[in-house]
Design a protein around this ligand. Structure first.
Ligand SMILES: Cc1cc2nc3c(=O)[nH]c(=O)nc-3n(C[C@H](O)[C@H](O)[C@H](O)COP(=O)(O)OP(=O)(O)OC[C@H]3O[C@@H](n4cnc5c(N)ncnc54)[C@H](O)[C@@H]3O)c2cc1C
Length: 394
């Protein structure tokens, strides 16, 4: 079999890349280890940067996003019993973020690719990439009916997430890997209850961080900082709600947390990880395959989108015989990746309570939070990074 581009992984990066390539007349084949139903139900991110929304709109993918997405002009920072609003619109000249679940982005992309006759193969096994140094790299996989396939490509995109097979296919001595594991995790619940807030609340608390996010006007997404090695069984629903109530409590205010049935519960470890370069021969990595950020800055999904926004035109140029953009791809992406890595680390360390942290550390965090809440210069820095920096060239 032949394909111009072989894409490993039908997450946001792989699916969007396939669509952006199709818009440029480049055909691709996407192979995915999981089922379509699994990909469409996997609960993950939910905040789209300004540039991600504009890119999806420009690519003709924003029909449902424009109808159902919730535009947010800021966030709340809560600490020391006070809740402060950070007004993104006022601080950044009108930029916003949009709440639209990653599950919905993935559903829209799969529907669009299949409606346009795109090749997306789910439930594949034994994916392999080979001959990456040649100008005819090869993608092999076994389809769900048990048949083995070999696809000869012009380029392969490794969009297969952190645990995929593409990054390990690059000789280890050619990679520089920077990694930091945080000594805590997030316990996240999806709750069938309208949000108790109009915009996200990031709460610093002596018992640990909490985040009130949302997925729609009827579904809330809430997170608690928990120990890294926690077992989910030790967090029955009543304990989760008690802890959320405690960490979001605002003394002297009538604000209350609405509670409802828990639809999903999971624990996410917190990690910063950057592997460079993002290209090896004709293999190009995008999204979580190359980098991971802790979710505090809401950057993971947006970085995946930004990577493929660069990769699609670079691959189209490569197929026309112009190798320049493909050679520049890794460095161009890594500049944004490191900005997001720093911002995510900064938000994480400012808001979480590290095990064994003393009062000195807590006071430094509170001082930083108060500075952001009261200084327009500090608040602008947060707003600019949160809504996406640098702006995506669309
Ligand atoms: C549990 C969890 C919660 C998260 N929560 C947030 C959040 O709240 N906010 C935020 O901003 N970000 C969050 N993220 C990060 C964000 O969801 C990711 O950054 C985003 O999914 C990256 O998209 P991607 O396409 O690069 O990778 P992925 O979405 O991981 O997609 C990779 C795809 O490749 C497939 N694959 C893997 N190996 C193979 C193989 N060998 N062959 C074929 N297919 C393969 C996988 O099944 C998967 O479908 C979270 C991530 C996780 C894991």
């Amino acid at each position: 079999m032949r394909a111009q581009v072989g894409i490993v992984g039908a997450g946001p990066a792989g699916l969007l890349l396939s669509h952006l390539l199709a818009l440029r007349g480049v055909e691709s084949v996407v192979v995915e280890a999981r089922s379509r139903a699994y990909c469409e139900a996997r609960q993950r991110a939910g905040v789209l940067e300004d540039g991600s929304v504009r890119l999806l709109r420009a690519a003709g993918l924003a029909g449902r996003l424009d109808r159902q997405g919730l535009e947010h002009g800021g966030i709340y920072l809560q600490f020391a019993g006070e809740r402060h609003h950070i007004d993104f619109r006022a601080l950044t000249g009108g930029r916003t973020v949009t709440i639209y679940a990653q599950t919905e982005v993935v559903k829209d992309l799969i529907a669009q690719r299949l409606a346009q006759g795109g090749a997306v193969h789910f439930d594949v096994t034994d994916t392999e990439v080979d001959r990456l140094e040649s100008d005819k790299p090869v993608l092999r996989y076994t389809s769900s009916d048990g048949r083995r396939h070999e696809v000869v490509c012009d380029a392969i995109a490794g969009c297969d997430g952190f645990h995929g097979i593409c990054r390990p296919a690059i000789p280890r001595h050619l990679l520089t890997v920077n990694e930091r594991e945080y000594p805590y995790a997030w316990l996240g619940i999806l709750a069938d209850v309208p949000p108790s807030t109009d915009e996200l609340i990031y709460a610093h608390h002596a018992r640990g961080f909490a985040l009130h996010s949302l997925r729609s006007l009827t579904v809330s997404r809430l997170y608690l900082q928990v120990d890294r090695d926690v077992s989910i069984e030790s967090w029955p629903d009543e304990r989760v709600w008690y802890e959320l109530r405690t960490r979001f409590e605002l003394p002297g205010s009538r604000w209350t947390l609405k509670e409802g049935p828990v639809l999903d519960k999971s624990v996410t470890p917190m990690r910063s990880f950057v592997s460079a370069p993002m290209r090896y021969g004709r293999l190009f990595l995008a999204g979580d395959a190359a980098h991971i950020v802790p979710p505090t800055g809401a950057k993971g999904l947006n970085l995946a989108i930004a990577d493929v926004a660069m990769l699609a035109p670079a691959l189209a140029s490569l197929l026309r015989g112009d190798l320049g953009p493909a050679r520049a791809y890794s460095a161009a992406c890594l500049s944004r990746v490191w900005r997001a890595t720093h911002f995510s680390w900064w938000m994480t360390t400012m808001l979480h309570r590290a095990p064994g942290a003393d009062d000195m550390e807590a006071q430094l965090q509170l001082s930083q939070l108060r500075y952001v809440a009261t200084s327009p210069a500090a608040a602008t820095s947060l707003a600019e990074n949160y809504t996406g920096y640098p702006e995506l060239p669309i």
